[in-house]
Design a binder for this molecule. Structure first.
Ligand code: SF4
Length: 373
């Protein structure tokens, strides 16, 4: 059963929508560091690819300094391909989703090596590259190469659900919203159209309070006409996130260094540095269980407070135990000693930086671990 709350002859006219939106974009396009102005020559595919990978799951404001830093260090795809992976992970630290940084580096190596430094210009070929999915391939093909591609991200889904008054909840509505986006995507200026939809979603058709009075598409918008704009898109209720727990081990040496270790290459935060910890699990760790998972036997002190962090699929709560240790004869396979004032140069994800900040603040307040408790 179709969910668009209109008959076909009442549906917004595709030609009028993209013409109106492109006219609006010509005047109101956001100026972003990776963009060419509306109607200008296509931007460098390396710039578009880098920005699109960085922008997944985060905001323009969060990405801008990372993008500038990456371009300053690695001005083209060959330079990025030649960089040590650890340098790329360190520069990426804080953006989250670290598998993306690893794929970014692998993709740069494929483009610089196998493809002679040129990104392919079709969606199908782009999708064969590491880390480039359906959305990113469409965005690069449209924006960097002017190909007609249907570019659908969360902002576009919201605008289209409102424009066509789609009542089907997400994620069920995804194919329907993609087909409707296809219907209004023009043959020419598909890249500008995609960016116009993104800009409209980011600046006018806002999630909670759409600014319909400022919207160029107000006259075409069936959600607005029905008074339902702010309630769309509908969403299926999400299951609550579980909470995982761990004990992290803060091991400091008398010379002001801290024990870190590298996480396994595969899996969450793969290849990043970490403060050693127990496995992460849904049950709270009793002291007697956590002790055997420590990287060494020591006179552990439990630090007051808890470190909390939220990942996409779970909340994470960490208790920190602290001990001092003698580095002499310490087995190298357990980890690496890093000076506290050199931590900025390490590929530490945000959650580990939180644990380290907690350790630095709380070590003076530690109390002995009671393994009977
Ligand atoms: Fe969004 Fe309102 Fe514009 Fe419709 S009229 S597209 S709801 S801002």
């Amino acid at each position: 059963m179709p969910s668009v709350a209109s008959s076909p002859d009442q549906a917004p006219a595709a030609d009028a929508i993209h013409a109106t939106l492109l006219t609006w974009y010509d005047r109101h396009a956001r100026r972003l560091p990776w963009r060419s102005p509306p109607g200008a020559a296509a931007p460098d595919p390396y710039h578009i690819w880098l920005s699109e990978i960085m922008l997944q799951q985060t905001t323009v404001a969060a990405v801008a300094p990372y993008y500038a830093d990456f371009l300053a260090r690695w001005p083209d795809v060959g330079a990025l391909a030649a960089a040590p992976l650890d340098d790329v992970l360190t520069a990426w630290a804080g953006l989250g989703y670290y598998a993306r940084a690893r794929n970014l580096h692998r993709c740069a190596q494929v483009v610089a090596g196998d493809l002679g430094g040129r990104f392919p210009d079709s969606e199908a070929e782009l999708r064969r590259l590491p880390g480039i999915g359906v959305y990113t391939a469409a965005a690069i093909a449209a924006i960097a190469f002017g190909r007609r591609a249907v570019v659908v991200d969360g902002n576009v889904e919201r605008v289209v659900a409102r424009l066509f008054h789609v009542e089907t909840p997400l994620p069920t509505a995804k194919p329907e919203l993609k087909a409707l986006t296809d219907r209004i995507t023009p043959e020419r200026r598909a890249g500008d159209f995609a960016q116009a939809m993104m800009d409209l979603g980011a600046t006018v058709c806002l999630p909670r309070q759409p600014k319909c009075l400022l919207c160029p598409l107000e006259d075409h918008c069936r959600g607005r006409a029905a008074g339902a704009a702010a309630e769309l898109p509908r969403k299926l209720a999400k299951a609550p996130k579980p909470t995982r727990h761990a004990v992290a081990f803060w091991v400091a040496a008398p010379d002001g260094t801290l024990l870190l270790r590298r996480r396994p290459e595969k899996g969450l935060l793969g290849g990043m540095m970490e403060v050693p910890s127990t496995p992460w699990r849904e049950g709270v760790w009793a002291a007697a269980e956590a002790g055997p998972a420590a990287p060494l036997q020591a006179d552990w002190q439990v630090l007051p407070g808890t470190v909390r962090h939220t990942f996409t699929h779970f909340h994470f709560e960490v208790t920190v135990w602290a001990a001092s240790a003698d580095k002499t004869g310490f087995p190298a396979e357990v980890g690496r000693w890093v000076a506290l004032d050199a931590l900025d140069g390490e590929a530490l994800p945000t959650v580990m930086r939180k644990i380290i900040a907690h350790g630095m603040k709380q070590t003076a307040l530690a109390a002995p671990v009671n393994e009977d408790g």
